[in-house]
Design a protein around this ligand. Structure first.
Ligand SMILES: NC(=O)c1ccc[n+]([C@@H]2O[C@H](COP(=O)([O-])OP(=O)(O)OC[C@H]3O[C@@H](n4cnc5c(N)ncnc54)[C@H](O)[C@@H]3O)[C@@H](O)[C@H]2O)c1
Ligand SMILES: [Zn+2]
Length: 699
């Protein structure tokens, strides 16, 4: 397990700036939970500060967070009877072994037993019980004194107002929000016009201190220690002598909540090896827990071992936090995509500024449903807290509302199905395309009939929906065998429109292979890639027969894409067979197939391959502005097809590698750029002449 690198501070000025930033962040973090940094960013800053101080001890500033509980930021006026300390950290099994050795050296004997428990990600509080009644709730503060937050008594699950026995003692533990409580809290807050909490920890920090709110939100307490108070009486001796594990059992018996009833219950073990097994167990359960943990705490279990190890000013020497990598980062919400599933469910997905979390780069997060977006008050451009642990799909916890600039924009919801264009059924929380399971079919047929594919005039989405709903087509090959009489029976299909449609479909039967292949909708093969594939293989048979290696011969296809295409083509084989049977053209005019493997390769003496004799052989051509003359009627896609038929490569942007810019009227920035770069520029008429032999009327 590794940690992210520390911030590197190069001089006294950047050190001072870092100290100030850390102090501000910690103050915000402990007061309201509204820090501008995520924990990982804060920890990297704090480590950078500590490293600088180690190299330049004389420069150390008073405000430095190093060695202080709560980074020196928290305050309070209720003294603790025994300091409430922080914990030192280790990040690996090796560091842990080094630490145990140092404890054992200090106490002069092996540690008798270890307790292993979750490091709960909330905030520490001390709950003072007098004769079984909850009397006072105090925060950790700076470790020596904390704030009185007794107003929160009664709002925290697991911290009963009455114990099952009239004992006097102080229970210490963590107050947090479970995932469910967090969701609940943000719902209530946004309903009251408030800003959502960025994550459960901030929610707990903000809620614990808040008074006089018009609503109540619930939190949960987990005890992890108990100690005697001055008037504890005879239980004082018991508490002072019980091993840690038994203290937890004792407080649980009094009715206080501990982690014992969770999947990561505290355990007591004898060896370092068993500790590490426990660490792994807890770490592996992290993603599935209904509350957040940020590590595992390991403690010497026996009171005598703890006493002999003692404590420093910031942390005890008998306990350590085995930190787990940060699973939350702040990043920006760039956009929302709406994807349609197999059954027509329309699911929003957040597009994020890519951020590294726990070793992987996260660029997307789930958003459940539109109501969820509204409820969480997410806006485009928001800084958001993103959570990703283990194999779970990354999710947005909440916007970091205090980082808003005012430039955030509302998220727009689609008005029609983003896949097929039909109406959306918004009656349930999860929106659904009214075409349901047929949505994909409608979309794939509409795509196949589209302008850049088979270009079937008169076959728009509405008509496709009609054909699909009437059960006349189950894939786009069925278009070619439509029955005139059944078409006539449809609503709004008179003789003329029926015959026009059938004629348009018949014309489409003769489209070049590049378009027929494009119509299949294989992932990653849009217009220009389909043309490259069709020109390379010349016939559908060869495309279908191509293996991963053969496909990689096509410009722009890497191993991964090739494998994807091969797999999809296997699935599409029945559709292709149906198209062949329907008499659809399966060859690319003018393309020469690659030599069959095994046959002697003909050497034409040029490395440019077959395209070398063509007028645009080896050239990269960009088209801009309005085409005129012989080229006037050609769409941009058809222009690109023409360029490729004539042996060139079409591109959409001008660069140093552009060989020729075809610039029509109203050519703008591309022309200027070509002039700047000295790229050859041709007018449409000049270009038409150059490629006249390839200017065949489009079939
Ligand atoms: N984002 C920010 O701006 C910001 C600012 C300051 C601190 N922080 C974060 O706070 C952390 C440091 O805070 P810290 O000093 O509170 O220390 P800590 O969270 O690293 O560890 C000590 C605390 O762990 C808690 N704890 C949880 N489970 C426990 C258990 N089973 N037994 C004992 N203790 C347990 C206790 O509250 C204890 O005080 C860092 O992770 C840092 O990233 C963030
Ligand atoms: Zn749809």
């Amino acid at each position: 397990m590794t940690t992210n690198p520390a911030v590197v501070l190069v001089d006294a000025a950047s050190y001072a700036a870092a100290v100030e930033e850390a102090a501000q962040a910690a103050a915000a973090y402990y007061a309201t939970g509204e820090s501008m940094l995520d924990d990982d960013a804060y920890d990297r800053l704090a480590r950078g500060i500590a490293a600088y101080e180690e190299a330049h001890p004389q420069d150390t500033l008073d405000a430095s967070p190093t060695g202080k509980v709560a980074g020196g930021a928290a305050v309070g006026d209720v003294p603790h009877t025994v300091p409430m300390l922080s914990l030192d950290n280790v990040f690996s099994a090796e560091q842990f072994a080094t630490w145990t050795a140092s404890v054992e050296r200090r106490i002069g004997r092996p540690v008798a037993a270890w307790s292993v428990e979750p490091k709960l990600d909330g905030l520490a509080v001390a709950a003072r019980y007098r004769e079984g009644r909850l009397d006072q709730l105090i925060t950790r503060g700076d470790g020596t004194a904390g704030e009185d937050v007794s107003h929160a008594i009664g709002t925290v699950l697991g911290l009963p107002e009455r114990l099952s026995a009239p004992v006097t003692l102080e229970v210490r533990g963590e107050i947090l929000m479970t995932d469910e409580q967090f969701e609940q809290a943000n719902t209530v807050r946004t309903e009251h016009g408030g800003a959502p909490f960025a994550n459960p920890r901030n929610g707990a920090a903000g809620t614990l201190r808040a008074k006089d709110r018009p609503y109540r939100v619930e939190m949960t307490f987990f005890a992890y220690a108990a100690l005697a108070l001055p008037d504890s009486g005879e239980s004082a001796a018991t508490l002072a002598e019980l091993p840690h594990g038994e203290v937890l059992t004792y407080v649980a018996g009094l009715g206080v909540h501990t982690a014992a009833d969770t999947a990561v219950a505290p355990r007591t073990v004898g060896t370092v090896e068993d500790v590490l097994t426990g660490v792994e167990d807890i770490a592996s359960l992290r993603a599935s827990l209904p509350f957040g943990i940020d590590g595992i705490v390991i403690k010497a279990d026996l009171a005598a071992d703890q006493r002999d190890a003692g404590s420093g000013t910031r942390a005890p020497r008998w306990a350590i936090a085995y930190k787990l990598p940060a699973v939350e980062k702040i990043t920006r919400l760039l956009g929302v995509e709406w994807n349609v599933g197999r059954t027509g469910i329309i699911a929003p997905r957040a597009v994020l500024e890519p951020v590294e979390i726990d070793g992987s780069t996260v660029g997307y997060a789930t958003l459940h449903n539109p109501a969820d977006i509204t409820r969480r008050d997410l806006r485009l451009g928001d800084q958001v807290m993103v959570y990703k642990a283990g194999d779970i799909i990354p999710r947005i916890e909440a916007p970091v509302a205090h980082l808003r600039t005012g430039d955030e924009k509302p998220i727009e919801f689609p008005e029609t199905c983003p896949q097929c264009g039909s109406e959306i059924d918004t009656s349930e929380q999860r929106w659904r395309c009214t075409r349901g399971r047929n949505c994909r079919l409608v979309a794939s047929i509409s795509y196949a009939a589209g302008r850049d594919q088979l270009d079937i005039e008169g076959l728009g989405t509405t008509r496709v929906v009609q054909l699909v709903d009437a059960g006349l087509v189950a894939d786009f090959a069925d278009l070619f065998t439509l029955d005139r009489a059944r078409l006539l029976a449809l609503e709004r299909m008179g003789e003329t429109s029926t015959d026009n449609l059938l004629a348009a479909i018949d014309t489409a039967r003769a489209r070049p292979l590049s378009r027929v292949f494009c119509a299949l909708g294989v992932r990653g093969t849009g217009r220009s890639m389909s043309r490259r594939i069709a020109r390379h293989f010349a016939t559908m048979d060869r495309i279908v027969a191509a293996d991963v290696d053969a496909l990689q011969q096509v410009d722009g296809i890497g191993k991964e894409k090739a494998a994807g295409v091969v797999t999809e083509l296997v699935e599409l084989a029945p559709l292709v067979a149906k198209l062949v049977a329907a008499g659809v053209n399966m060859t690319e005019p003018g393309a020469t197939p690659p030599p069959e493997p095994g046959t002697a390769q003909e050497d034409d003496g040029e490395d440019g391959g077959p395209s070398a004799d063509l007028p645009l052989g080896g050239m990269t051509v960009v088209v801009t502005g309005a085409m005129t003359g012989a080229l006037e009627k050609l769409s941009r896609n058809q222009m690109n097809e023409l360029i490729e038929r004539a042996g060139g490569k079409s591109s959409s942007s001008v660069s140093k590698r552009t060989s020729l810019l075809v610039a029509g009227e109203k050519a703008g920035s591309k022309r200027t750029k070509a002039e700047d770069l000295g790229v050859r520029i041709a007018a449409p008429a000049e270009f038409a002449e150059l490629v006249s032999a390839f200017l065949v009327p489009e079939v």
